[in-house]
Design a protein around this ligand. Sequence first.
Ligand SMILES: C[S@@+](CC[C@H](N)C(=O)[O-])C[C@H]1O[C@@H](n2cnc3c(N)ncnc32)[C@H](O)[C@@H]1O
Length: 202
Amino acid sequence: MFYSKLADSMLINRTHVPIYPLIANQIIRKFNITEGTAIDVGAGPASLSIAMARITHLDIYAMDISREMLEIAQKSIEKNSLKKRITLITGDVNQMPFQDEFAELIFSRGSMFFWKDLPTSFKEIYRVLKPGGAGYIGGGFGSAALRRKVKEEFKRKDGKSYQNPPKIQVDALEIAVLEAGIADYLLINDESGLWVLFEKTG
Ligand SMILES: C[S@@+](CC[C@H](N)C(=O)[O-])C[C@H]1O[C@@H](n2cnc3c(N)ncnc32)[C@H](O)[C@@H]1O
C-alpha cells in the first residue's frame, strides 16, 4: 500500500501526542549529550530536532533528502524561534554532507525504514560521529501508550488508519550495524519501537 511519508509525518504532528518530547528525553537519559553538535537524519518537519533543542544546548543540523520536507521544517523552526539553534541541510544518509568526526550526537526517527542501503547508511553515520559520540537511530512512538494515542488520533482526525512504514527485519538491521563496523551497540525492539543505540569508541 502507498505510504505517504509527508502526510503521515504531518499528521503525527497534528495529533499533538507528545512523542517527540518523550523520545528526546529518552535520547538524553541514555547518553547525556547536551552540548556540541548534533544531526537529525531524515528530520522531516524537524519535530525531534525542536524537542531536542528545547531540552539541550546542542547545535542541531536537521538533514533531509527532501526539500519539500525542509520547507515545512523551516516554518516550524521559525514558529518555535529556534532559527539560531537548528540549521537545515539537504542530504542523503548514504553520502552525508559532513566531514569525518563532525558531531557528538546523531539521532534519527522514522527514517531508516526508507534507507536504500542500510550498511552504507550506518557506515556514514559512524564516520560523521566524533570518537566518544553516540548514535540513536530507529523508529517508533517511544511507548505503547503514545503509540495507541497516535493511532486513535489518526483515526479521529483523518478517518483513516495509521500506515506503518515498511518493515525492517531485526536481524537485517543488526547485520547492517555489524557490517558498518559498529561493535558497541544496543538493539531495542519493544513497545518504544525499533532502535539501534551505539557509541563510537576510540
Ligand atoms: C516518516 S518521515 C520521519 C520524519 C521525522 N524524523 C519524524 O519523526 O517526524 C521519514 C523522513 O526520512 C527522509 N528520508 C528518506 N530517505 C532518506 C535518505 N536517504 N536520507 C535522508 N533522509 C531521508 C524523508 O524525506 C522523510 O522526511
